[in-house]
Design a protein around this ligand. Sequence first.
Ligand code: NAP
Length: 320
Amino acid sequence: MTDGLGHPLTEPLFDRLCLIGVGLIGSSLARVVRHKGLARTIVATDASADVRRRVAGLGLADEIVETPELAVRDADLVILCVPVGAIGETARAIGPYLRAGAIVSDVGSVKSAVLADAAPCLPSNVHFIPGHPVAGTEQSGPDAGFAALFRNRWCILTPPPDADKKAVARLAAFWTAAGANVEFMSASHHDLVLAITSHVPHLIAYNIVGTAADLEEVTQSEVIKYSAGGFRDFTRIAASDPTMWRDVFLNNKDAVLEMLGRFNEDLTALQRMIRRGDGEGLFDLFTHTRAIRRNIIEQGQETAAPDFGRRKDEANGEET
Ligand code: NAP
């Protein structure tokens, strides 16, 4: 077993890992930590009693407790895997019960708001290092997680400027051992980058599926029937968890609005090209965007199989 940097991992990196929230991301972390022996003990909690029962049934944690206050006791690594809007209140709840010297992190898709909400609630004798694994699916809950979710995906850490270097290195080693590539940036830069790479694309998907759903009443289910023409690719993203995405937009308002402004300007330019019959302009843009997809595939962030590999599955008669 290695720590992800090729060094043999003889000892678990952490003694007691506490996961608060055991949905898609929390349960994927539990699985990879268990699989690679990254912590001696995993203690988990979730607001939902059903989730706690399911986590027990799946054997994802050594201890499952009812409250975050109980869960964090003696933990040397605490990772908040709850929706962004719940991170501040969770930090407030656990603050008084954290072990001195513990590392506290999160996986929230927005970073500036998390830093502003959580940091003031945590004692000065713990290391708060926000994080965001840029990996996920449109599914939620403990059954949706899998150990390989973070493999070759980026995990962005946004340590405050005065963060303890050793603690940052330990957390980075943890994510590397979980299979991720670690990158560091400021919380505000993270929010701007993710606004265009993740948040605005989700908003566009939610919008186009919403618009088509309205049209569906007019066209009597033709939208569904002919969805393989492109629409269904948006529906995967638009099926993402409503709580998570509501919180993302409420907490990354400025960056999303900034990127949406640019998006609208570019959309207007496209509209003009269509109206004016500017075929050259359209062709040039589409050639440029095609190259971007090739780049993503070359960097191992997407499958090179045509149509996301669906054709192979369809040929095998499998559902996609
Ligand atoms: P999820 O599957 O819905 O899991 C979240 C879990 O947290 C649920 O079981 C939820 O319980 C529980 N929870 C909510 N509030 C809580 C609280 N105050 N205390 C304890 N548990 C609480 O969501 P997820 O996809 O794992 O997302 C978790 C975090 O990861 C979010 O911050 C999200 O932004 C981030 N993230 C998600 C993705 C992705 O693609 N999904 C990718 C990267 C990062 P209830 O169901 O009862 O509310």
